[in-house]
Design a protein. Structure first.
Length: 112
């Protein structure tokens, strides 16, 4: 949500490429996070060899997912590459901010 608000502000400020790049990176960051949630439970309760193969397939598929917006940003001038790169870390940034920043806008905050 925070990254969408920042993208809208950038859009109104006339920074269309930055806004589009931030949204593109954020969408693929969320998709990557969802894929981790899908693949994670499939590693439990299986043999070590099967868990390794599933884990490896998970990593490769998520790398491919993360590469898509980067390739799009390199090939197209309508997306800002640095903004896409920042957007790809959106989920991680929000998780860390939720932990470090107390306040009603970020949930409970802290290590509670």
């Amino acid at each position: 949500m925070a990254f969408i608000v920042i993208a809208v502000i950038l859009l109104f400020a006339g920074e269309r490429a930055l806004a589009k790049g931030l949204i593109l990176g954020t969408v693929f960051s969320v998709l990557n996070f969802l894929l981790m949630g899908i693949w994670g439970p499939s590693l439990l309760g299986t043999s070590q060899a099967r868990a390794r193969m599933t884990g490896f397939a998970s990593i490769i598929s998520r790398y491919i997912v993360l590469a898509v917006p980067l390739v799009v940003a390199v090939k197209s001038s309508s997306f800002s590459f640095p903004a896409v790169a920042v957007g790809l870390f959106a989920v991680q940034i929000v998780i860390i901010a939720d932990h470090l920043l107390p306040g009603p806008w970020m949930g409970k905050g802290g290590s509670e």
